[in-house]
Design a binder for this molecule. Structure first.
Ligand code: NAD
Length: 504
């Protein structure tokens, strides 16, 4: 008997119903710390995508007219439900993604902040009005929803990133089709269940699962108006090109190689702690992780202390107490990261700390574990510098001056995040002015903005003009309609025929 048939299946959500896919193509959702199969996820069919989009299109007819206060109150309730279920959500997330329970709660919390923001949509979706732009004429704008929007999300933040997308899209009056990562869709589905419990009506939020085929189907679907994508540069570029060729709006947040500068006047203890936490936390699988540190002048003498800190970090199963570094998402990801570490040695970088085959504080060697790894003497042209490693590997580069360090960072094609560690206001200010990266930390290693602001990755890390959440996403998910209206004081007023373009 096939024991796999007993494994739980991840459902699709179409028109308010959680349904079993009719596909014959299924993938396993695997606990990366143990290799236990937790569930099977379907690669949905084109018919199922069509049904999800049709349900969203139908629901849009009424949802777009729903009062703004009604929409906002659903998100007020939703944020409360997420808070009440935080521990359960974090446990599901850790089981399928691997990060520590504390970090899993952080993942949910950073998404929860966007839900809170969606609850204040009444203040955000405001148009403008100019009174008397000509005699008796007023001009004003409406920010109207687009229709059916879609979201495609990566494995590394399976709670936060879906929550970047559908709450703001739905709060602004759109309906939504979400395509979560097939590697860890379970916490996303629990969040979706809670969204329905909060009052999102049938058809307003739909979910399909799958890989390249379903993503291409989303890019091509004539009834989808806008696509939000977060994931690798290779796939994001493909999605952007395909979606925009089909006339859709697209915002694609993509891969990174985040550099920081450590100045010799930095507070040494704070800077090294921040560096280790950012580089090795979540096993380096954060798009905003610091993966390159440019050590300026005497800061290059701090390498032994940094190595000691990294050695002290506990590697193991994310459910274990006191764990700092969990597993990588898959066996393939572990092989890839280990291959890149081997290439660093071959290409002449100095391996200061080797995280391959780490000793585990909690957990089994079956898991996809790689411990903190540090290279010094790294140069452009080496694979470990040129590629996004997406593992717990920190590469160190030397520079003589701040100017030289800024030049190195601006010479890298990516622009997701960067940071400087210094006690000099003048150095920090020069850095914030001259650095060509969209998100800047000053003594803050992972400067992901709270949703009062927008996520503003730049250059090679982003395609599309407007970022997720904050004010920018209100513009992304709405069409500005500009109304120019004249109401005569006296209906009998005769202005005569005007054959010019001017309003008079
Ligand atoms: P990925 O690009 O492999 O997958 C992202 C999504 O695209 C998934 O839903 C996946 O099913 C789909 N997909 C995968 N291959 C595809 C293909 N060939 N054609 C069409 N669709 C495809 O990314 P990932 O490995 O899940 O996530 C890690 C990447 O995401 C890293 O590069 C990381 O930097 C990036 N990321 C960026 C941000 C940001 O805000 N800039 C945030 C998180 C993650």
């Amino acid at each position: 008997m096939d024991t796999r048939t007993k494994t739980a299946t991840v459902k699709l959500l179409i028109n308010g119903q959680f349904i079993e896919s009719k596909t014959s193509d299924w993938r396993d959702v695997v606990n990366p710390a143990t290799q236990e199969v937790l569930a099977r996820v379907p690669m949905a069919t084109q018919d199922e995508l069509d049904a999800a989009v049709a349900s969203a299109k139908e629901a849009f007819k009424t949802w777009r007219k729903t009062a703004i206060g009604v929409r906002a109150r659903i998100f007020l309730k939703y944020q409360q439900l997420i808070r009440e279920n935080m521990k359960e959500l974090a446990a599901i997330l850790t089981a399928e993604q691997g990060k520590t329970l504390a970090d899993a709660e952080g993942d949910v919390f950073r998404g929860l902040e966007v839900v809170e923001h969606a609850a204040s949509v009444g203040n955000l979706q405001l148009g403008e009005l100019a009174n008397n732009v000509a005699g008796g004429v007023d001009t004003y704008t409406l920010l109207q929803p687009l229709g059916v929007c879609a979201g495609i999300t990566p494995f590394n933040f399976p709670a936060m990133i879906p929550l970047w997308m559908f709450p703001m899209a739905i709060a602004t009056g759109n309906t939504f089709v979400l395509k979560p990562s097939e590697q860890d869709p379970m916490v996303t589905m629990r969040l979706v269940e809670l969204a329905l419990e909060a009052g999102i009506p049938p058809g307003v939020l739909n979910v399909v699962h799958g890989g390249p085929q379903i993503v291409n189907g989303i890019c091509d679907h004539p009834d989808i108006k806008a696509i939000s994508f977060v994931g690798s540069t290779h796939v994001g570029t493909h999605v952007y090109n395909r979606a925009t060729l089909n006339g859709k709006r697209a915002q694609c947040m993509m891969g990174a190689k985040n550099h920081c500068i450590v100045m010799p006047d930095a507070h040494k203890e704070q800077a090294l702690n921040a560096l280790a936490g950012s580089s090795f936390g979540a096993a380096g699988q954060r798009c905003m992780a610091l993966s390159v540190a440019v050590l300026v002048g005497d800061a290059q003498k701090w390498i032994p202390e940094l190595v000691e800190k990294a050695k002290g970090m506990a590697v193991g199963e994310g459910t274990g107490s006191g764990i700092d570094v969990g597993p990588l998402i898959s066996c393939a990801a572990k092989d890839r990261v280990e291959g890149l570490i081997a290439s660093g040695v071959e290409q002449g970088a100095k391996l200061e700390l080797d995280g391959r085959q780490p000793s585990l504080k909690v957990g089994s060697n079956d898991g996809n574990f790689v411990g903190p790894t540090i290279f010094s003497g790294v140069k452009p042209g080496m694979k470990i510098y040129d590629q996004e490693i997406f593992g717990p590997v920190l590469t160190l580069v030397g520079a003589d001056t701040l100017d030289q360090a800024i030049e190195i960072i601006n010479g890298n094609p990516n622009g997701n995040g960067t940071a400087i560690f210094t006690q000099s206001g003048a150095a920090a200010r020069k850095f914030q002015e001259d650095i060509d990266v969209g998100q800047v930390g000053i003594n803050v290693p992972i400067p992901v903005p709270v949703p009062l602001f927008s996520f503003t990755g730049s250059r090679g890390s982003k395609l599309g003009d407007l970022g997720p959440y904050g004010k920018q996403v209100i513009m992304f998910y709405t069409q500005t309609k500009t109304i120019t209206a004249r109401w005569f004081d006296d209906a009998a007023t005769n202005t005569g025929i005007n054959t010019t373009i001017s309003l008079r």
